[in-house]
Design a protein around this ligand. Structure first.
Ligand SMILES: [Zn+2]
Length: 146
């Protein structure tokens, strides 16, 4: 997950329950991946997929920022978890990039595009993932100088 300004407030139990409900819909056919919400009640916690234990760790930033036009910051909980699921599926398929430098940003673009294929997403979520991929590609990949 790219680090932009998303929610930093600790999640309430109701918000955590919502994440688990979204995951129940999204995980269909992906029983090899676990969802762990134990860190979500900590402020400024981050959402990420960890290949070592095939687990998506839900952080406070699974929820979008409020009043933003930034495509990444405004991704819904469903789109955010779909993005992390895409990382997990790519890992299962042995599509692995070096998570440093430009390769990190390319992985983020590819995860957004991969996630956009999930049929459970609505058109808005799909479009936000396209915009997020486009932003990362334009701002981080094309402009990368190292
Ligand atoms: Zn990511």
């Amino acid at each position: 997950m790219i680090k932009t300004k998303r929610n930093t407030q600790a999640l309430s139990q109701a918000q955590i329950d919502y994440c688990e409900t979204v995951w129940d819909v999204l995980k269909e056919g992906h029983d090899f991946i676990r969802l762990d919400c134990t860190r979500a009640s900590q402020p400024a916690s981050l959402t990420s997929y960890k290949p070592d234990d095939k687990t998506i760790y839900v952080g406070a930033n699974v929820f979008p920022a409020i009043n933003t036009t930034d495509p990444h910051a405004s991704l819904s909980v469903l789109a955010c978890l779909a993005h992390e699921l895409a990382h997990a599926e790519r890992d299962k398929l042995c599509i692995r990039r070096n998570m440093q430098g430009i390769e990190y940003y390319i992985e983020e673009v590819e995860a957004c595009l991969h996630a956009s294929c999930y049929l459970v997403l609505n058109d808005y979520d799909r479009q936000q993932l396209y915009l997020c991929a486009s932003d990362i590609l334009c701002l981080e990949v094309i402009g990368y100088d190292n």
